[in-house]
Design a protein around this ligand. Structure first.
Ligand SMILES: [Zn+2]
Length: 276
């Protein structure tokens, strides 16, 4: 008993600290307001609109008129997890990719540079398949805010842009072709300082409006239910492409896809949803 509860405690602590996954059911992305976080609210004023242009735009979902939905998968791996991967821990999920191909589900993969470096062959295959597009999820999967981002270590503001560019370089090295200029903040955590740091890259920060709760989930049915309950026309769903931290995602996808199709939904990539 003692051993079991200790293991549970260790797992819980590991989940909190190593949460390579993004978001929780109660927080669809974490926008940490800085003292000057008012650019969005003051947009009607020209002066503040000018200020807003100095921030990378943030996008959460598509138009609500059409029954389309974008499944997004974060390929998480933290820069210091290479040793664990070398020890046999699997941060990839080839079965999930196979299922998406078999079910013909266009998807957007938010890939970390660390993942692309660890799994170069898979990154290349994903990045050369027209069913998928590859967006940037940072190199290191460190937090882009000073604190309160699921225990992730924080990046200094002056290192944020380089971290994103390092991920893009890792994609190029792996031979990824289908890249799109979108970025997902690790943990979904951002503030005006991080949006300002990334603005020169010309990228759009992509959040989501539908949680799946697949991070560290053990019940695929519960994950599927959370998605099916949350999806609306134009929704963006956040899930994960890493067996280590999201072991039931592939099974959940097999439950979700036919049910949403039966409801009349069509699956699209983020770029298509953004254009619609
Ligand atoms: Zn992530």
């Amino acid at each position: 008993m003692i051993r079991a509860s200790r293991l549970a405690a260790v797992f819980t602590a590991a989940a909190a600290v190593l949460l390579t996954a993004c978001g929780t059911p109660s927080s669809p992305g974490t926008h940490e307001p800085s003292p000057s976080t008012t650019a969005e609210q003051k947009a009607p004023h020209a002066r503040h609109a000018a200020k807003k242009r100095a921030l990378a735009p943030v996008w959460r979902h598509g138009g609500r008129a059409e029954k389309v939905v974008a499944l997004t998968f974060d390929a998480d791996m933290t820069a210091d997890q290479g040793e664990r991967a070398a020890g046999g821990e699997r941060f990839d999920n080839p079965q999930l990719i196979s299922t998406l191909k078999r079910l013909k589900v266009p998807s957007t993969i938010f890939m970390t540079g660390a993942w692309a470096s660890q799994y170069q062959d898979q990154a290349r295959a994903i990045g050369r398949n027209d069913l998928f597009e590859v967006a940037n999820h940072s190199y290191s999967h460190y937090a882009f805010t000073p604190s309160k981002c699921f225990g992730l270590p924080s990046l200094e503001q002056d290192r944020m842009r380089a971290d994103v560019e390092r991920a893009s370089a890792a994609f190029r090295r792996a031979g990824v072709r289908n890249t799109v200029p979108y970025f997902r903040f690790p943990g979904g955590c951002y503030n005006d300082r991080s949006l300002r740091a990334l603005a020169p890259l010309g990228i759009t920060a992509v959040q989501w409006d539908t949680e799946s709760g697949d991070a560290f989930a053990t019940d695929a049915e519960a994950v599927a239910t959370e998605v099916l309950d949350g999806v609306r026309p134009g929704s963006v769903v956040v899930m994960h492409c890493t067996r280590s931290a999201a072991p039931v995602t592939e099974e959940a996808v097999r439950k979700i896809v036919p049910k949403l199709r039966a409801q009349g939904y069509r699956f699209v990539k983020v770029s298509d949803l953004m254009a619609s």
